[in-house]
Design a protein around this ligand. Sequence first.
Ligand SMILES: NC(=O)c1ccc[n+]([C@@H]2O[C@H](COP(=O)([O-])OP(=O)(O)OC[C@H]3O[C@@H](n4cnc5c(N)ncnc54)[C@H](O)[C@@H]3O)[C@@H](O)[C@H]2O)c1
Length: 274
Amino acid sequence: MSLGVGIIGCGAIGTVLAQAIDNRQAGDVCLVMIYDKTAEKAKALSNKLKNKPKIAENPEELIECRDIGLVIEAASQEAVASFAVKTLKAGKDLLIMSAGALVDSKLENELRCVARENNRKVYVPSGAVAGLDGIRSSAIGGLKSVILTTRKPLEGLKENKYFMEKYGNKRIEKPTVIYEGPAYEACRLFPANVNVAATVGLAGIGAEKTIVKIIADPRVKRNIHDVEVKGKFGELKVHVENVPFTDNPKTSYLAALSAIATLKKITDSLIIGT
Ligand SMILES: NC(=O)c1ccc[n+]([C@@H]2O[C@H](COP(=O)([O-])OP(=O)(O)OC[C@H]3O[C@@H](n4cnc5c(N)ncnc54)[C@H](O)[C@@H]3O)[C@@H](O)[C@H]2O)c1
């Protein structure tokens, strides 16, 4: 039987994901219901689909729907804080795209605990980064350092409060380091830009020890991530050049694809990779 899913958040990622499910590219999954705090977004998404899901009037209607076994969050860190625990308590698995919410170790621990008590799973896709398999494996042997360097076009930083307050009235004409420090603080200051920092932190040595460098680069058109890991296993380097979505330049296309790949992994009988 198909896995019934519900999507909270009908923006760039939610739309690509819903369309993949509609076109049977996301494994044996059926989209039962969608919800967005902006009702028009949910309506617009439904209009793009051949198999129309129900549009929930409130998040609870989706979370409590009996035909849904997995709730997908593709909304915001705030949505994770509001709905994640409720979802697990309602007996559903949960897929989280706004991974930055999990640098709050209190929330992370609560999710682990509630998931265990309810025999549920929380999935955090790789998002816009690659190499998490290697980081997870190498962390078991012991890690010395994990450094993530993120290079972003100015376009993707325009809605960021911290960036605009510090650099809004300056002309950035060459690559400029706008943040260097722990992943924990990077996720707080750039909530919609560096979910990858949280994901890399979770896979490796945690968000406090993972070092993040963010560079605003007027020369690039892509969201570029370089991860450098050193440990007992040796060294690992990953370089990803992400094409951003046109209607949401903060988000990389690979992030949406990673959610589709996770859905396929959940429903497949042969699992490839660590
Ligand atoms: N893990 C990763 O690597 C990665 C990469 C890109 C984006 N993201 C994150 O995934 C999330 C979705 O990204 P996107 O590009 O689709 O964003 P988007 O802005 O295009 O769409 C988000 C949608 O969610 C809705 N929304 C926001 N808060 C909500 C709430 N509390 N309840 C219901 N609906 C809500 C908005 O109205 C919007 O329609 C964001 O938090 C983003 O930061 C993660």
